[in-house]
Design a protein around this ligand. Structure first.
Ligand SMILES: *Cc1c(COP(=O)(O)O)cnc(C)c1O
Length: 378
């Protein structure tokens, strides 16, 4: 990846951009295969909502389709419509947020599968379904602990007591969503598993789906017919208490604009939150919180130039950050040279920890001003 990426850093677009974002679609494909290999008897669906967690929904989904993925999940109807246009008629596309009144035709015209999240959804879909004259499948989401989307206990009981509510609906998936799958020790995992199995026992036969990226690692009893992998595909560690089994997909390199040598003590950046002492060298790099480099990385972020550490000093501003490059050889830290903000030495989870958030949010904030270089994925 680095070899091919370096070739393209001399294009006019790369020269004009403040920072380069390289997205390794070969690594994305490898990560999907890794998830699939962990659950060989299940279908591994790719969750590509929110622009494939900031990486670009269509490019990511096409690469995953090339790798053999046949099932995709998004949050919103719009995402589904766009994805159907890009992927053609082959793959299944599930819409987590379901449908809202007035959008039924978007589902039938684009062969999108709505996740029905409540009795009201079931009733509304049934009404449309009877007018449709074709058997368009839907999914049922059972809430087993998230209290977010899905049928709560009382609605589930009503559904079990009144099978006619499901009428002739064609149900593809019955799903639920894990609350804390990344924490293997959390007893909520087995509680949700038990609740989910109990629901399945009382509902009509359909394929079942419980695990997200981390859930896949909880063991085969969490693997039903379909697993829904998101973050792990994009390089986030699904097993935070163990080394990351996923390949890194994203590399973010910021360009050094200017290097200042401190010969008298001097504060750096807004708010004067950091005081540089001679003989420090401070490099100003052209990206900031407007690009999704979180302001909480002020005085806590860590960049790398090759193997050399360059801590973020002072506040992150809108378009700029300042790095202490005193420990970096001068010939590697001159204007025009690149510093890794996300890279081999500072993967997305490390950046997230320093920013006080999760890798998911770091990825979905990746900015629109970066020059994006997509590698591989054929
Ligand atoms: C986002 C989402 C997923 C994917 O979760 P990851 O932790 O990113 O793997 C799976 N299922 C549902 C319902 C989701 O909303």
């Amino acid at each position: 990846m680095s070899h091919r990426a370096e070739i393209t850093t001399n294009t006019p677009e790369a020269l004009r951009a403040g920072a380069l974002l390289t997205i390794d679609l070969d690594a994305l494909q490898a990560n999907w295969r890794t998830c699939a290999a962990l659950a060989p008897n299940s279908t591994t669906a790719a969750v590509v909502k929110a622009g494939a967690y900031g990486l670009d929904m269509v490019r990511a989904a096409k690469a995953l389709q090339n790798a053999g993925c046949t099932t995709f999940c998004v949050a919103a109807i719009d995402e589904g419509v766009k994805l159907r246009e890009a992927l053609g008629s082959g793959p299944a596309i599930h819409i987590f947020n379901g449908f809202v009144a007035g959008t039924e035709r978007d589902f039938s015209e684009n062969a999108l599968t709505p996740v029905l999240n409540s009795l009201a959804d079931i009733k509304a879909w049934s009404e449309y379904y009877t007018t449709m004259g074709e058997a368009l499948a839907c999914d049922l989401h059972i809430d087993t602990g998230m209290a977010r989307l899905g049928l709560p206990d009382d609605e589930l009981q009503t559904l079990i007591d009144t099978p006619a509510l499901l009428g002739h609906l064609k149900i593809d998936l019955i799903l639920s969503h894990l609350v804390a799958a990344e924490d293997v020790a959390d007893p909520v995992n087995s509680a949700q598993l038990t609740a989910f199995k109990r629901a399945l026992d009382h509902l009509p036969r359909a394929r079942a789906s419980l695990a997200n990226s981390s859930g896949i690692h909880l063991g085969s009893e969490f693997h039903f017919d379909v697993n829904r992998a998101g973050a792990a595909l994009y390089g986030v560690n699904p097993t935070p208490d163990k080394p990351n089994p996923m390949a890194q997909v994203v590399r973010l390199q910021g360009k050094i604009l200017q290097v200042r040598t401190i010969d008298t003590p001097q504060t750096v950046g807004y708010g004067a939150t950091y005081c540089a002492q001679e003989p420090q060298r401070i490099a100003t790099v052209s990206l900031g919180y407007a690009d999704g480099y979180h302001r909480t990385l002020s005085n806590s972020g860590m960049a790398y130039i090759g193997q050399y550490k360059a801590p973020v000093v002072g506040r992150v501003s809108m378009d700029l950050i300042t790095l202490d490059v005193s420990g970096v050889p001068e010939e590697l830290s001159r204007p025009g040279m690149l510093a890794d903000l996300i890279g081999p030495n500072n993967p997305v989870d490390d950046v997230a920890e320093r920013a006080g958030t999760i890798g998911y949010e770091i990825l979905t904030s990746l900015g629109a001003r970066y020059h994006r270089i997509y590698v591989g994925g054929e």
